[in-house]
Every structure is written in structure tokens, then in C-alpha cells.
Design a protein around this ligand. Structure first.
Ligand code: THU
Length: 131
């Protein structure tokens, strides 16, 4: 857990944050030992900004890994309490990460909350039913 959070903290350095100046880092541990990092990448058209969680997950899938490969995820930011992923990221995590994978939410002060996407997004929209 500490190592994964350390990698997430490291990813904060790669955040592209000219607008909010708020750096977020994410790190995902895979079964083969690989750690995939992600940072928030902003845009002058604010709505096109990408959160650290989604950066990490899109990178992971783009490299050929998938849901079954994920062991744990960590997210960190400079918040007073452990960081809380936004609604959009919760929906994306729900799609791409198994329901019971531990998700460590942290802040730079050292507070950590261990959770799962099942807890973060109850009664989720999971599948499109074709009629
Ligand atoms: N942000 C993340 O990357 N992850 C979170 O969990 C919360 C918010 C980013 C989006 C934006 O670049 C900045 O933090 C301020 O909202």
C-alpha cells in the first residue's frame, strides 16, 4: 500500500495543471508487478480535462492490460481528508476495475482511506440492455 501511494504521489509531479494548479496522482498495481501511473491533464477548454484516475486507467488498457490484471489502485492529492474521486471517474472505475479491488484514497499528509468502487458507486449503471 505504501509503495503504491508513493508511486501515485510521484505521478503528481507529472500533472498538467495550468488552470487549477491542483495536482492529482494515481497508480495502479498489476498482477505482473507493473505499476501504471496517471496524472490529471487539463485543457483551456476546462471540460476536456482528464483526471488522474482516468489517465491511469486509459493508459493501462491502451497498453493491453485489462480488468483481471488489476490488484490495487491508489489516488492522492493535497486535500484535507483523503481525496475523493469525482463522479465521472467513479463511473469509469466502475467500468474498468473489478468491484472488490482495494482503492486507497490518500492525501499528502498521510491520511489513507481504503475503499472499493462498490462502496464509491452503489447502485451503478453497469450495462446497456438491448431491447
Ligand atoms: N481531479 C483529479 O484528477 N482527480 C480527482 O479525484 C479529483 C479532481 C482533478 C481534475 C482537475 O484537473 C483538478 O483535479 C481540479 O478539479
Amino acid at each position: 500500500m505504501e509503495t503504491l501511494i508513493k508511486h501515485a504521489k510521484d505521478a503528481m509531479k507529472n500533472a498538467y495543471i495550468p488552470y487549477s494548479k491542483f495536482a492529482v496522482g494515481a497508480a495502479i498495481l498489476l498482477k505482473d508487478g507493473t505499476i501504471i501511473k496517471g496524472s490529471n491533464i487539463e485543457n483551456a477548454s476546462y471540460g476536456l480535462s482528464n483526471c488522474a484516475e482516468r489517465s491511469a486507467l486509459f493508459s493501462l488498457y491502451s497498453q493491453g492490460y485489462k480488468k483481471e490484471d488489476i490488484v490495487a489502485m491508489a489516488v492522492i492529492g493535497k486535500t484535507s481528508k483523503p481525496i475523493s474521486p469525482c463522479g465521472a471517474c467513479r463511473q469509469v472505475i466502475n467500468e474498468l476495475v473489478p468491484k472488490d479491488v482495494p482503492i486507497y484514497l490518500a492525501n499528502v499528509k498521510g491520511d489513507v482511506k481504503k475503499t472499493t468502487i462498490k462502496e464509491l458507486l452503489p447502485y451503478s449503471f453497469d450495462e446497456v440492455e438491448n431491447v
